[in-house]
Design a protein around this ligand. Structure first.
Ligand SMILES: Cc1ncc(COP(=O)(O)O)c(C=O)c1O
Length: 461
């Protein structure tokens, strides 16, 4: 049915940017769209294999459990569950959060915790509380792509510190802190995802964790530890969170149930020293008054059932297999020049291709073959990351992981051939290895070291 004429006119007018341009706040000029959000629209097509999202596998959550819990809430607490709640969150929700933090050895005070609408809101509230335009915020390179739009919208001056296989290069951080001190600039905080980092999959070593916490004390700067994946470890020994090492003086901790229960419930939290927390609470009041009461009731029911640890254990088993499948597929289908990380947990692998390949261009080509990944540039505020990509292994099954990586490998091979044809520089070794079919680890460059982040020298932070 054709649209009525008055609707058509309104549409044309409302799409006229000039009409509103003068009204926009200055900060909108530096606001960036989240690369993953943009991609979600494209990857929603059922034929697309998306290795782009940061999606946990929610199909593993038993529907009967969900139905039983929601029914109980409806029958026993409907009026309360449908009502507003306190800005800080319900005490019972905080009890659940303390159980989760306790599983990683942390024991914060009840009053130091605020329940937020996902971990994402906690990042936003920390910035709202601490960052004025032009303030320095330090983070990893690459950093969580979803934090980049937040830092940008608060007009932070973002300084990114390189990562290697042991996480953020703390020696580089020390240099940056010294340089900033010499300029009389005190960074507002250092943002880090120390365990199974999004996007690189790397984990900060014990030595670096200790040194980072020492530096925070020495320079009296805050560290924001964002840790959605800490309990999703597949191999290796657990490492203490920064919050535990510091005791909560200089570390603000951000957690979430998104990756260990459900992102749809939008339940995260922050733990901060009381004076900082008081401001965060005011910030949250202004943002959304309180986190969904219904969600908090669900979490309460779920934890009361006592099977939350078993559910995480089942996710760990599934994701370990998927990680292994992705690593094998990368060995089979990516060229010899490519490198990638081998995460001990979490949901992501970071792969780096020859530098003449731009992964944003590659994505456009890959989408035509119905496969998606996140181009590396989304994890930087500058031009870095152009030849890298983030690959997610938690959101699709093993068959799709293998097929998705195969399709990307095919597109990479085409790009490399094209480069060779245009420049005359044939990437000989790569082509030989690609056509040799299946490759084992021994075929990797540098004797099997497949990490794009080379280990730095002994004792280096
Ligand atoms: C490092 C990191 N922080 C925060 C978030 C956002 O989590 P939530 O879904 O709880 O808002 C994510 C989600 O991918 C993440 O990887």
């Amino acid at each position: 049915m054709p649209e009525p004429p008055h609707r058509r006119r309104a549409h044309t007018r409302t799409r006229d940017l000039e009409r509103y341009a003068d009204l926009f706040a200055e900060r909108t000029q530096v606001m960036r769209s989240s690369a993953m959000r943009d991609l979600m629209a494209v990857t929603a097509r059922p034929e697309v294999i998306s290795l782009a999202g940061g999606l946990p596998d929610t199909s593993t959550f038993p529907p009967q459990t969900f139905a039983a819990q929601m029914t109980r809430i409806a029958q026993e607490s409907a009026a309360e569950a449908l009502q507003y709640g306190p800005t800080e969150g319900f005490e019972e929700t905080v009890d659940c959060i303390l159980q989760v933090m306790g599983a990683e050895g942390m024991l914060p005070d009840h009053e130091d915790v605020i329940v937020t609408t996902g971990g994402q809101q906690a990042i936003d509230l920390v910035c709202k509380t601490l960052v004025d335009p032009g303030d320095v915020v330090i983070c990893e390179a690459p950093t969580y792509p979803g934090a980049v739009p937040v830092f940008c919208s608060y007009q932070a001056d973002v300084v990114q510190i390189e990562c290697d296989a042991d996480g953020m290069r703390i020696d580089e951080l020390e240099d940056v802190l010294a340089k900033l001190a010499a300029e009389g600039r005190r960074p507002k905080f250092v943002y880090s995802v120390p365990s199974f980092q999004n996007p690189a999959g790397v984990t900060m070593s014990m030595g670096r964790r200790q040194r980072l916490v020492e530096l925070a004390r020495q320079h009296e700067i805050l560290v924001v530890e964002d840790s959605p994946y800490g309990l999703l470890r597949f191999s290796g020994e657990p490492l203490p969170p920064l919050y535990q090492l510091d005791g909560g003086d200089f570390v603000i901790y951000i957690g979430t149930l998104s990756k260990i229960l459900s992102p749809g419930i939008r339940l995260g939290w922050a733990v901060a020293p009381p004076p900082v927390m008081a401001k965060i609470v005011l910030g949250k009041q202004a943002s959304d008054l309180c986190t969904s009461t219904l969600t908090q009731y669900f979490v309460r029911e779920y934890f009361a059932e006592g099977r939350w640890r078993n559910y995480i254990a089942s996710l760990v088993d599934i994701y370990r297999r998927r990680r292994d499948t992705m690593l094998a597929a990368l060995r089979d289908h990516f060229p010899a020049e490519a490198t990638w990380t081998e995460p001990e947990g979490g949901m992501f692998i970071w792969a780096t291709l020859p530098e003449y390949i731009d992964t944003s261009d590659l994505l456009a080509r890959a989408l035509r073959d119905d496969v998606a990944f996140v181009p590396g540039q989304a994890a930087y505020v500058d031009e870095r990351g152009q030849s890298s990509m983030r690959l997610n292994f938690s959101g699709v099954d093993e068959r799709e992981i293998e097929e998705g990586v195969r399709r990307i490998g095919k597109v990479v091979a085409e790009q490399m051939e094209l480069y060779g044809a245009v420049t005359g520089e044939h990437p000989v070794q790569a082509q030989r290895q690609m056509s040799a079919g299946k490759k084992g680890e021994a075929d990797q460059p540098d004797g099997g070291d497949v990490l794009p982040f080379r280990k730095s020298g002994e004792g280096s932070q």
